[in-house]
Design a protein around this ligand. Sequence first.
Ligand code: APR
Length: 227
Amino acid sequence: MKKIVVLSGAGISAESGIPTFRASDGLWENHRIEDVATPEAWERNPTLVQNFYNERRKQALSVQPNAGHLALVKLEEKYDVTIITQNVDNLHEKAGSSTVIHLHGELSKSRSCVDETLIYDIEGWEIKAEERCEKGSPLRPHIVWFGEAVPMMDIAASVTQEADIFIVVGTSLNVYPAAGLIFAVQKGVPIYVVDPYSPEIQKRANITFIAEPATIGLTQLADQLMR
Ligand code: APR
């Protein structure tokens, strides 16, 4: 079976109703990164940070996967598909994708502030201020904040090196190290980029740009790859 590796970003969930980060009405237009998405923000004002992610989680629970997520599930009928996502929602899993690597963490999980190996599923939308891990420390969102290491990066890079086909969807490729994965794709491997406003990527002979929203672009691409 040929291997497809997908790098997805906020754009794939846009049509499900989750705003992207860098659009003019996006999440970072309305919130300062340094107030809600850094370890320093958590030190300064854990309540503000906790509330921010509680709201994100509430929203993520209320939305459904779209035709873009479903097209990637369809590809599993013919290919070995691994999705590397920068998204913290679980719409790929909800759609039915079987192998999903979350580079930037998962909204649906909390973790200990003193032991990063203690990770818990969250019931519902809220991490409550009084909740503690089994070592007695408060729980934080299981999110990779700006300035933190990206523990899944090594595995994402080695999976990318194994790709026979690489698909990039819905990411502005602004944030490293995730954006650098494209350089781990082997020479000669076809790369498809699905994004209505194609991001800046160094031109390579084997890149095909599909300037469509994910629902349309991924459906078209999956039809083509399933033939
Ligand atoms: N279908 C496909 N792509 C879309 C759609 C759509 N319907 N709507 C918007 N896009 C594209 C935009 O053109 C843009 O290129 O999705 C991309 C979204 O980019 P960002 O908002 O920068 O999101 P992302 O690349 O996922 O951000 C990376 O940065 O803020 C941090 O940790 C956060 O994981 C996030 C990371």
